[in-house]
Structures are given as structure tokens and as C-alpha cells.
Design a protein around this ligand. Sequence first.
Ligand code: PLP
Length: 380
Amino acid sequence: MDLKTKHIYLSPPHLDGREREFLLQAFESNWITTLGPQVDAFERDICERVGVPHAAALASGTAALHLALMNLGIQQGDEVLCSTFTFVASANPIIYCGASPVFIDSSPDTWNMDPLLLEEELRVCSKRGKLPRALIVVDLYGQSADYDPILKLCAEHGVPIIEDAAEALGATYKGKSSGSFGVMGVLSFNGNKIITTSGGGMLVSANKEYVDHARFLATQARDPGPHYQHSHIGYNYRLSNILAAIGRGQLENLDKKIARRKEINHFYREAFADIAGMEFMPIAPYGEPNYWLTCITVDPSQSRASSEDIRLALEKENIESRPLWKPMHLQPVFQSCRIRGGVVTEKIFAEGLCLPSGSGMTTSDLHRVVDVVRKVCVGS
Ligand SMILES: *Cc1c(COP(=O)(O)O)cnc(C)c1O
């Protein structure tokens, strides 16, 4: 393939470990469906990595969020608070349960949920006598939210936290792993995440009952016994043994993937240091991100090129970049939902871009990206 025109994707799968070996084990043992030794081993490996005792491998991160809400008994008429700056999958499961999302804006220092706005919202909810039934906090683009104040506020008001760590496997907050902060944590192994099973997710928790009940609901809620009897509505949400095998191979190399994505982040920071008006997503001092995606903002009043100009210039060279997540409170589907704040993520969204960040990128790939961006922003 011609290296000058090879398509560079935003964050493609990167198979560089023992995925094939584990897959063959699954084939040769004839365990290729939704149960089996690879699923069990993948769940154990994730528990060890995240530092939580229990985990259920599921068909997607979205399924994990849905079951987390079901575990908390979220239903029609309930309100659930949620980060506005996220992928739609964080909020959709609230609707699956018949509940209403209420969105919270981000802090400009971390791009994650602003604890001060959360405090305001909880105070208002408390005053009117109806508290939210849960809070979904997102660890955005691989960086942890600020859990100390969030945990304190939620404990004061008795609101359980679901941590949406779909983008943040391997990140830490004050030394503790992302995914371990809520009463339940959610991971995703979707194709563009830092590790992938092609598609998949995991629900993790210190509470065995939550994980057992999620497993029960995920397998069509079948009552114990030899015949098919059902007293609850269930789902078909479990991960196949084949996909878990890929996940095990991927997870073994997670630290290598984080290290490479961090190098890529630093490479871009250095290469663009002199571009007026270009900023990178801030790295909060409280933790270590997994550097899933490198994100920038470009202030059009200072820069020759807008983030959209950069995106189009990259596209012309066969390089994929993407706008940042469009905040949930700006989505047509959530237009009737309440939002606390909003201007911070509106500005970040308007000026932002995700750069190619895959752990399989080569140095020559990086130079190609840098050359295009520099050319449109500074002419060289
Ligand atoms: C990817 C993602 C999800 C959903 O995960 P799937 O495995 O694709 O269902 C949820 N929340 C966030 C923040 C994500 O980025």
C-alpha cells in the first residue's frame, strides 16, 4: 500500500497480542457461544485490572448501563442526572427505563462534569423535594471525572453513582482505577475504544448482587429450574466466548496501548505548540488519563483555520478526524430535557476536534497528520 495515501482512521482496532491464540482456544474447545472459559477469564482479568471484585461481560457498554439502571430500579417518572458532554449511549438507557435525563455541564478545567453545577442541581432538587434516583458520571475521552467532590455530594443526598468509564479503561483518579468509583461501573469494548472485542461491554461492581442480577437479566431472566420459566422481563445481553477471547488478548497489552496513545498525545502537543489559538484537552492534576483520544480546540479569532477547516483538510488527505461529542442538551432527541449550565460544552463543542489517536499509528502516520494540520493553520 502507498504510505502517502493509506487511510488513517481515528481510533481503529489494534490487534497486537495473543488475540488469535485465545480465539483458537475458544474454537478448539467448541465454546463459541455466550458462556465459557474465555468469558470467565475475561471477567476475572477485568476485575483484577479495575480493582473490583465482580464483573459481568455483556454485549455492549450500552447494555451495561441499561442493566445498571435496572439494578437501581429506575422507572417511569424518575429523574437521572447525567454528564451532557458524552456519547449518546450514556443517556439513551435512561429513556429505555422510562425515566428523564437531566444534564450537567462540564468544567473547563477537565471537560468532565462540573461538581459545582452538580451541587447546584442537587440543592434545587432537594429543595423541591424530589431527588434524582441516580447519577451517571462520564470519564470523558479517557480522563477521570473529579470523584472526591462528586462522591461527597452524592453521599450527602443519597444518590447512587453509575460510573460510565466506557472511554477510560486503564485511567486512574488519585491512584485508583476508573470504573471503580460508582456503585457500578461500565466499560465498553466497542471497535474504536482503547481495547476492543469488536463489540462488547462489562458491568463491574463491589456489590455481588448487582452483578448477579445483571447476569440474570442479561440471559432472558430465566428462573432457576430445568424448564423455561420467567417471572421478569429479561434481555439477551451477554458477550460470546469468542469475543471474550479477543478481549483477553487485547487486555494483556492495555498498558502498551496507553503508553503509545500518550506518546501520540505528546507528539501532537509538541508539533502544534506554536499554533495560536490551539489548545489541548486539559490534563487534570488528580489522575492519569488513558489518552484514548487526543482532542483540541481552535479559537477561530486567533487561528487562520477553524476546527472544521482542519477536519476537511485532513479528510482530503484520507485522514479521519471527528468533531467532539455534541452535548446531549443540544441533541434534538433530548431538547425537552433540563440542563444545568451548558455554555462551557457549547463552546468546546463549537471549537473542538478529535485527532487520529490509534495505538497502531506509526511515526510516519503522525507526520502526515501534523503536516496537514500545520499547513492549514500556519502555512508550513
Ligand atoms: C462507547 C461509549 C458507550 C457505549 O458503549 P457501547 O459498547 O458502544 O455500547 C457509552 N458511553 C460512552 C461515554 C462511550 O464512549
